[in-house]
Write a protein that binds this ligand. Structure first.
Ligand SMILES: CC(C)(COP(=O)(O)OP(=O)(O)OC[C@H]1O[C@@H](n2cnc3c(N)ncnc32)[C@H](O)[C@@H]1OP(=O)(O)O)[C@@H](O)C(=O)NCCC(=O)NCCS
Length: 199
């Protein structure tokens, strides 16, 4: 993961394990309405990772609340993002002086079904890069989720997959709302995408 993080961006991951729900601070738990243990476990794991990254900026024990939109609330001067799939939780943080906003996503490195790929992909997407072509659909999906998480805090606008065009050959995505995000990613052992909006 470190290989995909540009200067100034801290990233981390954790295999989600039994008991990770206890890593949710009480105020975080109150801000997360779901009662499903697996979801609280994943959210706890991601926040545990993020708190470790914030400590690099000498920010300790910060409660990363979830606002009603779903977006996490970061300390002043910091942008960040969380994601989890069934097995892995990831987080990224950066100073807003270096990165205006960022988003992260994690997905298993498995092909997406044709049905979902068709829902996610638009004509403007370009996915012809040197990866296993069976993973292209999943990589586009993950890139759009990461872009959405990066731009939502800036525009407060809900976007669909059709509102985000991803060009993996240039490494940029553009949104209907006029935002441009730079993408970095890996596809092994999992697909992880970072979307970065410049300061
Ligand atoms: C943001 C969203 C795409 C996340 O997808 P997901 O598969 O449910 O979950 P992920 O594991 O990838 O990410 C979860 C994290 O996303 C973050 N998140 C949720 N809503 C967010 C938002 N509006 N802005 C930024 N980050 C957000 C949270 O930190 C969350 O972690 P938490 O549940 O521990 O608090 C989804 O929750 C959502 O809001 N979808 C509506 C819009 C949409 O789907 N458009 C099509 C994709 S572009």
């Amino acid at each position: 993961m470190k290989a995909i993080a540009p200067d100034g961006v801290r990233v981390g991951c954790r295999t989600i394990r039994d008991g990770d729900e206890t890593h949710l601070l009480p105020e975080e738990a109150r801000s997360i309405p779901t009662r499903r243990l697996e979801m609280r476990r994943a959210s706890g794991a991601a926040r545990w990772v993020a708190r470790g990254l914030l400590a690099d900026f000498r920010i300790n024990d910060f409660a990363i609340l979830r606002e009603p939109s779903g977006a996490p609330v970061w300390p002043m001067g910091i942008t960040g993002s969380l994601a989890h799939d069934d097995e892995m939780a990831v987080a990224a943080v950066a100073p807003v002086s270096q990165i205006r906003s960022l988003g992260i996503d994690v997905e298993p490195a498995e092909p997406l079904s044709d049905d979902i790929s068709a829902l996610v992909t638009i004509d403007a997407d370009v996915a012809s890069v040197a990866i296993d072509p069976r993973l292209a659909g999943r990589l586009l999906f993950s890139a759009k989720e990461a872009v959405y998480k990066a731009v939502y805090p800036l525009d407060r606008e809900v976007l669909g997959y059709e509102d985000i065009a991803v060009d993996l050959t240039t490494g940029y995505a553009t949104t209907r709302t006029g935002r441009r995000a730079w993408l970095t990613y890996c596809v092994s052992p999992r697909i992880i995408v970072l979307a970065l909006v410049s300061a």
